[in-house]
Design a protein around this ligand. Structure first.
Ligand code: S3P
Length: 435
């Protein structure tokens, strides 16, 4: 689905209807990686259709994994993936650099995978990814025995010379599921036990996915641990809808009086649903009902209705669990209530500097907004419209599109095509919700 670089979004009176969102990006990466390391075939339905998860598949194919896409008989479903696993430490050296595109998850988690393979791999990324910090994974993986070279500032490209790794006891200093997962993926292929302790819990999809592929992982308080060398077996899996993608339609419904939107088949993993609690604290009417469980991941339906918006403050304890939804929550804050976020300096090292780019973009649309060193402060004031630059960042492109619905005038988004890395059908889905 092609998205133009520049997209103009017209205001909406309200939104309504029922929506299904693409497969969860975080879960898709993990299923692809575990399927590659398992023995036998995995069949993955509803794999995320965006560019980021395609980057993971391209890299795995370059490392010798057979990845096939088979058209689904069900209308609207993405192709079904068939991945033939090569077993732990069974990948082959790639003859060319592994291009992770825009995807930090691909680069960080794949580094953990190739670190256990005794060949050299070079991982590259686009301009945005080439600026992102990698020290957080280099440190623990070096302690396990890998040799990793990076560009100045510990940025990509990374050249990893893998080895026979040894498990470590790792206390994470950055709350990051990507870092936890990189260490666990390396630990799975290392000698002995690997332990990761987190001060603030992060999404636990790696732990749940590992169980789906027949592995065992233990959680002891804030510590996750696993035994190296456990063989995994291929499985049949279906990826739940991505709650972070659903957040855009949810906020549109929350911000426009008289709106009601239902999103079905969406992941309701407790380590991801902080968004729903935050919306409720904002004064939004949120109903969530679990209808299924797929491979240890709860799945269900959410219904969002506009309410009387209140002001909100979010601090460091909340930030890791809603990090990806903060840009669109900032848009909600302009529609009513206001929002002050602190302890979120991680936003500065995402696909863009999401503090500066978000506040600059919202101000260009008429917001009363300030940057803080580690967050932002948005006061309630209806947006007027104008032009906002998404800085090639998918979550900003989609947040500014929601701003276009809630503003009094049209919003032009520069860099709207970035939405394709996680949600290629975003603009057509948003149009269908206009009521
Ligand atoms: C992700 C973890 C988060 C999140 C990213 C996906 C994951 O990043 O922002 O979009 O799939 O593990 P960090 O681990 O850098 O916090």
């Amino acid at each position: 689905m092609h998205i133009a670089h520049q997209v103009i979004v017209q205001p909406a009176r309200r939104v309504g209807g029922t929506l299904r969102v693409p497969g969860d990006k975080s879960i898709s990466h993990r299923y692809a990686l575990f399927a590659a390391l398992a023995l036998g075939r995995s069949t993955i339905h509803h794999y995320a259709p965006g560019g980021d998860c395609a980057s993971t598949l391209h890299c795995l194919a370059a490392l010798g994994v057979s990845v096939r896409r088979v058209a689904s008989d069900t209308p609207g479903e993405p192709p079904i993936l068939m991945i033939d696993g090569v077993g732990l430490r069974g990948l082959h050296a790639s003859s060319r650099p592994l291009d992770c595109g825009n995807s930090g998850s691909t680069m960080r988690m794949l580094t953990g995978v190739v670190a256990a393979h005794s060949f050299s791999s070079t991982l590259t990324g686009d301009r945005s990814l080439s600026r992102r910090p990698m020290r957080r994974i280099i440190g623990p993986l070096q302690r396990m025995g890998a040799v990793i070279q990076a560009a100045p500032g510990d940025c990509p490209p990374l050249t990893i010379t893998g080895a026979a790794l040894t498990g470590i006891d790792f206390v994470a200093d950055v709350p990051s599921a990507q870092v936890k997962s990189a260490v666990l993926l390396a630990g799975l292929q290392a000698a002995g036990r690997t332990r990761v302790t987190e001060s603030t819990p992060t999404r636990d999809h790696t732990e749940r996915a590992l169980m789906a592929f027949g592995g065992t992982v233990d959680r002891v308080g804030a510590r996750v641990e696993l035994e190296g060398g456990q063989p995994l077996r291929g499985c049949v899996a279906r990826v739940p809808g991505d709650l972070s993608s659903a957040a855009f339609a949810a906020v549109a419904a929350a911000a426009l009086p008289g709106s009601a939107v239902t999103i079905e088949g969406v992941g309701l993993n407790p380590s991801r649903w902080a968004l729903l609690d935050v919306l409720r604290r904002f004064g939004v009417d949120v109903e969530a009902e679990q209808t299924d469980e797929w491979q240890h991941e709860p799945v269900g339906r959410i219904q969002i209705r506009a309410g009387q918006l209140r002001s909100l403050e979010l601090g460091p304890d909340m930030v890791p669990s809603i990090i990806d939804e903060l840009p669109v929550l900032a848009v909600l804050a302009t529609a009513g209530g206001g929002l002050r976020v602190t302890g979120a300096s991680e936003l500065r090292v995402k696909e863009s500097d999401r503090i500066t780019a978000l506040v600059t973009g919202l101000r260009a649309l008429g917001a009363d907004a300030d940057e803080l060193p580690d967050g932002f402060h948005i006061r309630a004031r209806r947006l007027a419209g104008g032009t906002a630059d998404a800085h090639d960042d998918h979550r900003l492109a989609m947040a500014f599109a929601v701003a276009g619905l809630t503003a009094t005038g049209a919003v032009t988004i520069e860099g709207a095509d970035a939405a394709a890395v996680s949600y290629p059908s975003f603009f057509s889905d948003l149009d269908r919700l206009r009521a």
